[in-house]
Design a protein around this ligand. Structure first.
Ligand SMILES: [Zn+2]
Ligand SMILES: [Zn+2]
Length: 138
């Protein structure tokens, strides 16, 4: 039995870039890898995985810019952001082309569910406590 899909929307800080995604449910991941830390300017980044074919840009395609980062796999991860306001919106890993990794806090509906899991816990300073998150290490 397939779960019904719900539509979620979101966008950047200035409102130029807007997206829409359909999903059976939002599951997020906390990532504290050096690339996410540097690009988000924060200790942790919370991302929600969406199937690529269920994701689309609904406005501001011309304002969208991307940076090809190099992921853990050694393959590029294209980090997309608004060229107008600089908001990080989503990443597309080439090694895992079937998903788009959305920055959770760019969703219109505040996303408050605890993350399904976390990675790179060793990069999180001790003063940040995430008791509900299970971290995996390689
Ligand atoms: Zn913007
Ligand atoms: Zn990361």
């Amino acid at each position: 039995m397939t779960e019904p899909l719900v539509t979620v929307t979101g966008g950047c800080r200035c409102g130029r870039v807007r997206y829409e995604a359909r999903t059976a449910g939002l599951r997020s991941v906390v990532c504290a890898c050096p690339d996410c830390q540097r690009s988000s300017g924060s200790f942790v980044s919370v991302a929600v995985a969406i199937k690529t074919e269920l994701f689309r840009i609904t406005a501001g395609d011309d304002a969208l810019k991307s940076y090809a980062d190099t992921g853990e796999s050694g393959q590029p991860v294209h980090r997309h952001f608004c060229g107008e306001c600089g908001s990080q919106l989503f990443a597309k890993p080439e090694s895992y082309a079937e998903i788009v990794s959305l920055r959770a806090m760019t969703l219109d509906e505040p996303f408050t569910d605890p993350p399904a899991f976390g990675i790179f816990e060793q990069n999180i300073p001790a003063w940040i406590q995430l008791p509900d998150v299970t971290f995996y290490t390689e």
